[in-house]
Design a protein around this ligand. Structure first.
Ligand code: FES
Length: 167
């Protein structure tokens, strides 16, 4: 399904590892749609951080985190996300793409702030044609197939425990 992009006001895009490559065109699209875009990108270490320049150009404000502190903030993207949500209570959309545990942590955090959150579950796909069945996930208690119904879903509806087991 095509990514739904519209002007909602303030948005925050959160990416981890190679998920930043998937997040980048969405970030750019949200900016082009007229949103004020905060972005937080993270990697384990500086050498593994990708697309910093492109994410910077697509964002009004870019924050960088590394687990080992070799670049930017030392720590997880959720720390910068929490800070930004505290400062800007009018953020109305979060988009998060990265490792599944990161998307789970981000969704749990944004739930407390009642911020609608979109996650991309692309990593569980295998054939991407709707035939292999490997990308089955539970969204709001219903079976969905990431390659047919997604890849983006409401992060607050995803059964992350099941997704982590199946992934
Ligand atoms: Fe095979 Fe979706 S990836 S059915």
């Amino acid at each position: 399904q095509p990514t739904h992009l519209e002007k909602v006001g303030k948005v925050i895009c959160v990416g981890g590892g190679t998920g930043i490559a998937v997040l980048y065109p969405i970030t750019r699209g949200l900016k082009q749609a007229g949103n004020h875009v905060f972005s937080v990108i993270g990697a384990r270490t500086k050498d593994l951080l990708i697309l910093e320049d492109k994410m910077k150009a697509a964002s009004d404000e870019l924050m960088i985190c590394t687990d080992d502190g070799t670049y930017g903030h030392k720590g997880f993207v959720t720390e910068k996300l929490r800070e930004t949500l505290e400062k800007h209570k009018d953020i109305s959309l979060a988009v998060c793409i990265g490792p599944v545990p990161m998307m789970r942590a981000v969704s749990n955090l944004t739930r407390n702030y009642k911020v609608h959150t979109m996650v991309s579950l692309n990593t569980i796909m295998v054939d991407g044609t709707g035939m292999c069945g490997s990308c089955r996930v539970t969204i709001g208690g219903k079976n969905q197939f990431v390659c047919v119904d997604g890849p983006e879903f409401d992060g607050h509806e995803v059964d992350f425990e099941e997704l982590i087991r199946r992934n």
